[in-house]
Design a protein around this ligand. Structure first.
Ligand code: FE2
Ligand code: FE2
Length: 278
């Protein structure tokens, strides 16, 4: 058997990696391509392994291996050769810069559902200040979740993702609104990003968690009673980087999210009405 050892960072595996592996099978007349993570030091490769397995799943002649030396020692009758590929590493970097199209849908879904590269990706979608706001809201979500015995990591990711569509252009928001919520166009464009963020995360990022999606869909208006919807609504409004003192409300939210929600919602309703936003 002729076996290719495909050594790469696969951080993460992209469509280009698959293309390279297919080319190797064809051009080198190989029987098998073994995907091996070229790990340096004590890098945690748990998620990279999972993503490789998802991406190569449909291909009979692609396998994942974590030790090629052992394979070569045990099966000396095979013919081995190495494949290196710097171009695909560049494609992996593009993913972290927000180009989601470079990875397969399943990998994209894994990335968003597990929050892999979440900070890098979000920073590519947002202005510097907006990103700072999202980081701060994510930290506050985690803190409130801890106080209310909710899933802390889920809460953190909701906080990080909630404004993903906030810096989309008005034209882009309008395009998505016409698909997702045409009858809500009556609202100020300032709240459109909650619907568009939901739509984008669901259909482009393949985020699956229904509570997370619902929370993001209602985060501006606070018009949902799900516990994570209440949590992001409160954390977004009480974000300590906003220019007013919200320490007392934050303390209440960490003890009783339902109570804090009622208080913040009332304050917010008054504010939005006074500005003609709803
Ligand atoms: Fe928002
Ligand atoms: Fe926000």
């Amino acid at each position: 058997m002729k076996i290719a050892i495909y050594k790469n960072l696969f951080d993460p595996i992209t469509k280009n990696h698959i293309k390279t592996a297919k080319k190797v099978l064809k051009q080198e007349n190989a029987d098998l391509v073994c995907f091996y993570i070229d790990v340096t030091g004590n890098d945690d490769i748990y998620h990279r392994e999972k993503m490789i397995k998802l991406a190569i799943g449909p291909y009979r002649k692609f396998v994942y291996i974590n030790n090629y030396q052992r394979l070569m020692k045990r099966n000396k009758e095979n013919q081995y050769f190495f494949v290196t590929d710097e171009e695909s590493d560049k494609q992996s970097a593009l993913l972290k810069a927000g180009n989601l199209a470079v990875v397969k849908k399943k990998v994209r879904s894994y990335i968003f559902n597990n929050g892999i590269y979440a900070r890098e990706i979000m920073s590519s979608y947002l202005s510097k200040n907006r990103f700072k706001h999202c980081l701060s809201v994510a930290d506050l979500c985690l803190k409130i979740a801890r106080g209310n015995r909710l899933d802390e990591y889920k809460a953190y990711l909701i906080g990080l993702y909630h404004d993903i569509a906030k810096d989309f252009s008005k034209e882009e928001l309008l395009r998505y609104m016409n698909i997702e919520k045409p009858y809500e166009l009556q609202y100020s464009h300032k709240v459109w990003h909650q619907y568009v963020g939901y739509y984008y995360l669901k259909h482009h990022c393949h985020l699956k968690d229904k509570e997370m999606l619902k929370a993001i869909r209602h985060h501006c208006l606070g018009d949902d009673n799900g516990i994570y919807s209440k949590l992001i609504f409160v954390a977004d409004k009480l974000d300590p980087t906003r220019d007013y003192d919200s320490a007392v409300e934050i303390e209440i939210a960490c003890r009783d999210i339902n109570r804090a929600f009622e208080t913040v919602k009332k304050q917010n309703r008054e504010y939005l009405e006074s500005r003609g936003i709803v």
